[in-house]
Write a protein that binds this ligand. Structure first.
Ligand code: IDP
Length: 162
């Protein structure tokens, strides 16, 4: 029974999220974080920093052949960003749903991009697209030591039987 309990109470999936410079400039950091906090996900890493072009190049390497890539590097390194790691069941997929799809024009209200942005470029926040990508991206932005394992006091109220 305790093995079963451990299984349903340990939600080890983690995702990497990055609040982009436009969201920081527009004072939306608190509102964005609140979405994930109030859902019940667990914040395990966060910092406020400037990203070098080199770091952004690595992060978005899969887009390096796109015509908008130079503009993307400039935008992403133009001001402070807030990289974060969040933990919870299916958090990778769920965070993408909370964020909304790439083009804000097609995002439904209630999503971050749907509520607060208009164009594909300055779309406020990045969310890893899969578990593998999340693991790769979080260690690009964080060291192992910067990710904190902890048990929030709300756990027993968010998860049945924990
Ligand atoms: P995602 O952020 O929804 O995962 P990706 O296709 O991975 O979307 O693109 C990464 C980021 O690159 C987007 O969030 C956006 O900031 C930027 N981007 C994507 N497509 C375009 C475009 O056509 N023009 C300008 N910027 C773009």
């Amino acid at each position: 029974f305790s093995l079963f309990l451990r299984k349903i109470c340990d939600h080890e999936e983690r995702t990497f999220l990055l609040i982009k410079p436009d969201a920081v400039q527009r004072g939306l950091v608190g509102q964005i974080i609140k979405k994930f906090e109030q859902k019940g996900f667990k914040l395990i890493g966060m910092k406020f920093m400037l990203a070098s072009k080199e770091l952004v190049k690595n992060h978005y390497s899969y887009l390096s052949n796109e015509p908008f890539f130079p503009g993307l590097l400039k935008y992403m390194s133009s001001g402070p960003v807030v990289p974060m790691v969040w933990e919870g069941p299916n958090v990778v997929k769920n965070a993408r749903i909370i964020i909304g799809i790439t083009n804000p024009e097609d995002c439904i209200p209630g999503t971050i991009r749907g509520d607060f942005s208009i164009q594909t470029g300055p779309n406020l926040i990045h969310g890893a697209d899969g578990v593998e990508e999340a693991n790769k991206e979080m260690y690009l932005w964080f060291t192992q030591k910067e990710l904190i394992s902890w048990k929030p006091a709300i756990t027993t109220w968010v998860y049945e039987g924990c």
